[in-house]
Design a protein around this ligand. Structure first.
Ligand SMILES: *[C@@H]1O[C@H](CO)[C@@H](O)[C@H](O)[C@H]1NC(C)=O
Ligand SMILES: *[C@@H]1O[C@H](CO)[C@@H](O)[C@H](O)[C@H]1NC(C)=O
Length: 278
């Protein structure tokens, strides 16, 4: 009897991770690799009439400072001493928060270079190249405390006329900065910091985003720091429903003991695929 699964796509399990729970039929696997884009001035024509192509001499800072809706972001970069960092970027997609992403009372926020790099995709992509669900790499490469230089992934979902990056709606697309072969998008929300798989699974049950019961597995994973201690990383979790794990109280109590730890690991390993798969 095949257990019913919810699939929990996770990356870099532990620390920085990006996880979505979806019923598997919802997720259409995406198209082939995206060819590296060369945004030379000739390819810079945008389909979007709202944004006539910028001249090839446009820089990322030009775009940010000439768009009033980016005024809070540009002040944030200035106050944080990051203008030069942005000026030195090349071949990237910058996911910039629009003013509406900042609280009404906040004129700017202080950001570090690491924060900034979490919002920069490591290649220039037009919105027409982001089709369906895609996971892209950011410039921030401290995604895992266990693996060196692991780039933080970022989840893009462009389907049915709704374009989201992580928790943010993409409002402005394809603002092309020709001098640095880069693209700027405007987001309506600051992208939330990612949680590790352990943080997600150890959240109070009610907060896990699903509509099915997965209490048994999440408690097996989180009870007495099991998840953190095992340094789960770079894998995909197939999250079994409670109905697929029918243990009685004695069996559950055993799995939580030191003696039962090996069996707990074997058991949960059945639901872990040692590669990031989506
Ligand atoms: C950007 O891409 C161009 C063309 O592929 C390449 O020559 C250049 O070295 C790249 N710059 C960086 C910083 O990667
Ligand atoms: C993740 O797993 C895949 C497949 O086993 C492997 O090719 C890749 O190098 C791993 N990545 C990291 C960062 O460990």
């Amino acid at each position: 009897m095949l257990p019913k699964f919810l699939v929990l796509w996770t990356f870099l399990l532990n620390w920085a991770s990006c996880a979505v729970i979806l019923n598997s039929h919802l997720l259409t696997r995406d198209i082939g690799p995206t060819a590296p884009l060369s945004l030379s001035s000739s390819s810079a024509s945008s389909d979007d009439d709202k944004h006539p192509p910028n001249p090839p001499t446009t820089s990322i800072i030009d775009i940010l400072s000439s768009t009033p809706e980016f005024s809070k972001f540009i002040v944030s970069l200035q106050r944080s001493g990051l203008i030069d960092t942005v000026n030195n970027l090349e071949n990237v997609t910058l996911l910039a928060p629009l003013n509406q992403a900042f609280g009404d009372n906040a004129d700017y926020v202080r950001i570090t270079k690491d924060d900034l790099f979490q919002f920069i995709v490591d290649e220039p992509l037009l919105s027409s190249q982001i089709v369906g669900v895609q996971i892209l790499r950011t410039l921030y490469n401290g995604a895992s405390p266990f693996l060196k230089k692991l780039p933080l992934p970022i989840l893009c979902d462009n389907r049915d006329g709704l374009f989201m990056i992580e928790n943010a709606n993409v409002v402005e697309t394809d603002l092309i900065a020709g001098t640095s072969n880069s693209v700027v998008y405007g987001l309506d929300t600051i992208i939330e910091e990612k949680q590790s798989i352990c943080e997600i699974l150890s959240r109070p049950y009610e907060e896990i985003p699903h509509d099915k019961d997965v209490k048994v597995f999440t408690s097996l994973m989180s009870h007495n720091d099991f998840c953190v201690r095992n340094q789960f990383t770079n894998l995909t979790v197939l999250l079994p429903l409670d109905s697929a794990l029918s243990f009685n109280d004695i069996e559950m109590d055993y799995l939580y003991t030191d003696l039962g730890e090996d069996d707990r690991l074997k058991l949960v390993s059945n639901y872990l695929i040692s590669v990031v798969w989506w």
